[in-house]
Design a protein around this ligand. Structure first.
Ligand SMILES: Cc1cc2nc3c(=O)[nH]c(=O)nc-3n(C[C@H](O)[C@H](O)[C@H](O)COP(=O)(O)OP(=O)(O)OC[C@H]3O[C@@H](n4cnc5c(N)ncnc54)[C@H](O)[C@@H]3O)c2cc1C
Length: 436
């Protein structure tokens, strides 16, 4: 083949990238393309995205290629670029674009884009191929033996997922050759949303952290993943969100960490649910006729981390500060909003989605619906006692004190029990509701 365009989206890496690897193996020239789509602003994620793109450009340049960046509608820009290359900048051809590759994704938006791109490719007589790479096991690859297009319950999915055959982890291409004379375009500036120090974007940082995690930390995962103050989870979620890490490579290397690999399976689980139910971010997956309180004041207090329930406020303030939140705190804060304040899960999920560096449709809305009891939980009426959980997972109150400075001097014994907080802790609100 002469030239292939690889349209990148949530796969910002060179290692284990099936769409890129196939292009490099099959074509003389390869154009890795990223299109910044103004209709899908990255918001708080823009700094992380900018750093990831800059890092990818460095890696591709080291291999003789480049990252080509354009702005606009990804489908229109891909076709425009293909015609520019095939027609040549000054009328003479610099190559012939014969195919476009993408990594298949699951959200309604991504799938609409893929369908439009496939149609446009056909119209312009180019091939179109969608490759795996966003999940460990492609969504839809394992289906229940009793029928149905996806698993609705996690445990049987986990069993089937573990024994399902996997493709090989691919090396990074040794060389990427661009058509001559192509304007690479300008990547986006990082400002104003530079990510928190904990989360510098890009594959290089991600791979360094992956090696360290696998060497020193994964063995401790089962014991430490609920330790709120210890912060002993991998914090790979933004890297997986943007594809700076390959989930398949991570799962393959984490042989000793069954509990950790199980979390990657949760990620795959929600992706296959989203593939089957693309309205996951709007409609109840399992409608149960629930009614919600339209309580703007309570929602605002929750968003600002001022509910008067310390463990909830700490989680919400971690989100505001870092663009990330510990999983246990995500569970408690989301539970508190939908089950205690009875505010619609969509309001909470949209807030998370706007702020999380790892915010993605499948995991965010899938988990929110799980908590709300409209999703894949087999016990939708499960109750959670946030005070008991706070005592258990933040026994010394260190997590709360880290994010709620007003409570820094409150002794651990009373910290998690808002009704026992000394009256007049300056600046800290009284509880909005009783915690359970
Ligand atoms: C209400 C709510 C909203 C959430 N929104 C998101 C989101 O937008 N994006 C997101 O990636 N995760 C989301 N999660 C799942 C989970 O909280 C995060 O993936 C995890 O906290 C990220 O931290 P980590 O990378 O240190 O995870 P680790 O514990 O180290 O796990 C490793 C990886 O496994 C995956 N994973 C772990 N737990 C889950 C889970 N419950 N569901 C799906 N995948 C999981 C993630 O990719 C994670 O990076 C949400 C959970 C809840 C309860």
């Amino acid at each position: 083949m002469d030239t292939v365009i690889v349209l990148l989206n949530r796969d910002l890496r060179v290692h284990d990238h099936p769409a890129l690897a196939a292009a490099c193996a099959e074509a003389r020239r390869v154009v890795p393309l990223f299109v910044l789509d103004p209709s899908v602003p990255a918001g708080r994620r823009s700094g992380f995205l900018a750093e990831s793109l800059a890092d990818l450009r460095r890696s591709l340049r080291e291999r003789g290629g480049d990252l080509v960046v354009r702005r606009g509608d990804p489908v229109a820009e891909t076709v425009r670029l293909a015609r520019e290359i095939t027609g040549g900048a000054d009328g003479g051809s610099t190559g012939v674009v014969e195919a476009v590759h993408v990594s298949a994704d699951v959200s309604a938006l991504a799938r609409r884009r893929e369908r439009r791109l496939a149609e446009e490719c056909e119209r312009h007589r180019m091939g179109f191929r969608a490759f795996p790479g966003v999940t460990v096991v492609p969504p839809g690859a394992v289906t229940p033996s009793g029928g149905g297009d996806h698993y609705r319950v996690f445990t049987p999915y986990w069993r089937a997922w573990q024994t399902h055959s996997r493709r090989e982890v691919l090396p990074a291409p040794a060389r990427v050759t661009l058509p001559e004379g192509l304007d690479p375009g300008v990547p986006p500036p990082g400002h104003p949303h530079r990510p928190h120090e904990l989360f510098r974007g890009g594959e290089t940082v991600a791979r360094r952290r992956m090696r360290q995690w696998l060497k020193y930390c994964v063995a401790d995962y089962a014991a430490g993943h609920d330790d709120l103050a210890g912060n002993r989870t991998s914090k790979f979620s933004p890297y997986l969100r943007f594809g700076c890490l390959s989930p398949l490579e991570l799962a393959s290397l984490a042989e000793d960490g069954d509990d950790f690999v199980r979390q990657l399976c949760w990620r795959d689980f929600f992706h296959q649910v989203t593939m089957a139910f693309p309205a996951i971010n709007r409609a109840d997956y399992r409608p149960r006729g629930l009614t919600w309180n339209d309580d703007a004041e309570a929602l605002r207090a929750w968003k600002e981390g001022r509910t008067g329930l310390p463990i909830v406020d700490a989680g919400m303030r971690q989100l505001l500060e870092e663009g990330w939140m510990h999983n246990r705190a995500r569970l408690l804060t989301s539970w508190f909003l939908v089950k205690r304040l009875r505010v619609d899960w969509r309001a909470g999920a949209d807030h998370f989605f706007g702020l999380l560096l790892d915010g993605d449709v499948a995991n965010n809305y899938g988990n929110w619906q799980w908590v709300a009891g409209t999703g894949n939980d087999t016990r939708p009426n499960r109750t959670v006692n946030p005070v008991r959980q706070a005592r258990r997972f933040d026994p010394d109150g260190e997590y709360v004190r880290r994010y709620v400075p007003e409570l820094r001097n409150v002794p651990p014994k009373t910290l998690h029990e808002p009704w026992r907080l000394p009256s007049g802790v300056r600046g800290y609100p009284p509880p909005l509701v009783s915690p359970a």
